[in-house]
Design a protein around this ligand. Structure first.
Ligand code: 6PG
Length: 257
C-alpha cells in the first residue's frame, strides 16, 4: 500500500508523515531503514538501530522478514538494540526482544553477534548498567561521550509515553545515564529504557502511531500550548524526528498542525 494520500508537514524541526494505514506507514519506515543500511554498508560502517516494543511495530518487523525487504537489507551492516524492555525473561510472551525475534530477527540473515537484547529481569538496575556499558562500547560516541544511534524507532502510548519513559516517573529527569531502570507505578512493574540524553543524540528518531486509539493523545501532543507536558515531547534529537502516522491516528490533527 503506497502512501498516496501522504502529507508532509513540518512542525519546528519535526516532520509528520501521514499514510493511509499501518501497512503504508510500515513500508515507508522499512524503505527508510533499508536506505540508511545501504549507506552504512557503502561507507563501511555499521548502522546502529534501537527497536520499539509494543504492538505497532510488529507489522514493520514482519515486512522486514519478507523477501522484498529482507533481500535488500545488508544485514551484516546492521546492529540491533532494544529501546526498552519489560522485566521478564527473554522467552516470556511480554518480552520486546522475543517479539522482535519472532517477527523478524530469527528469519533474516543477521549475524547473531549483531543482536543486543536488553536484560530487565531478574535485576533491572544491573541490566540497565550492563546495557549502558554495551552502548558505550559498540556505538560511536559524541564529543561528550554520548552513544550515537543512527536510528531509534519509538511507539507512543495513550498517556504520551514512549519507550518506557512514562509520565511522572523518575527516569524523565535522568541526565547522566543513557539507560535506566524505572518502576512504573501505574503498571506495577519495572522497565529498563533508553533515556532522553541518548535518544536526543540520535541521527534519526522515528515515532510510529497507528489507529484511532492514538488520535486523542496526538492531538494533545501537537498542540503547542501543551509543550513538554508529555514525555514524548521531550525528544529533541540532534538529527531529525519523523512521526509516521496512519490516517486514523492523525484524524484529530488540524491542517494547521
Ligand atoms: C513497550 C514500548 C512502548 C510502546 C507504546 C505503544 O514496551 O510497551 O516500547 O513505549 O511502544 O506503549 O505501544 P503499542 O504500539 O502497543 O500501542
Amino acid at each position: 500500500m503506497e502512501c498516496n494520500a501522504e502529507k508532509d508537514r513540518v512542525i519546528r524541526v519535526k516532520m509528520i508523515k501521514i499514510c493511509s494505514n499501518i501497512d503504508g506507514l510500515s513500508r515507508k519506515v522499512a524503505l527508510f531503514w533499508v536506505k540508511l543500511a545501504k549507506e552504512a554498508e557503502r561507507d563501511a560502517r555499521y548502522l546502529h538501530v534501537a527497536l520499539a516494543g509494543g504492538s505497532t511495530p510488529k507489522h514493520l518487523y514482519q515486512l522486514l522478514a519478507q523477501p522484498e525487504f529482507a533481500q535488500q537489507m545488508p544485514w551484516e551492516s546492521v546492529h540491533i538494540y532494544m529501546g526498552d524492555e519489560r522485566s521478564v525473561p527473554h522467552d516470556h510472551a511480554d518480552s520486546n526482544y522475543r517479539m522482535a525475534q519472532e517477527t523478524f530477527l530469527e528469519q533474516v540473515p543477521i549475524p547473531t553477534d549483531n543482536i543486543h537484547p536488553m536484560d530487565a529481569a531478574p535485576d533491572p538496575e544491573a541490566g540497565a548498567r550492563a546495557y549502558e556499558q554495551l552502548l558505550t562500547t559498540k556505538l560511536p560516541l559524541s564529543e561528550n561521550g554520548v552513544p550515537i544511534f543512527d536510528l531509534i524507532l519509538l511507539g507512543l502510548g495513550p498517556d504520551g509515553h514512549t519507550a518506557s519513559l512514562f509520565p511522572d516517573t523518575t527516569i524523565l529527569q535522568e541526565k547522566t545515564h543513557y539507560v535506566a531502570a524505572v518502576y512504573v507505578e501505574k503498571l506495577k512493574t519495572w522497565r529498563v529504557s533508553l533515556t532522553f540524553p541518548v535518544i536526543n543524540q540520535a541521527r534519526h528518531v522515528l515515532v510510529m502511531a497507528s489507529g484511532e486509539g492514538k488520535a486523542a493523545i496526538l492531538e494533545q501532543i501537537m498542540d503547542a500550548k501543551n509543550d513538554e507536558k508529555y514525555p514524548v515531547q521531550m525528544i529533541e534529537p540532534q538529527g531529525d524526528m519523523i512521526w509516521y502516522l496512519d490516517r486514523a491516528a492523525a484524524s484529530l490533527l488540524s491542517e494547521s498542525t
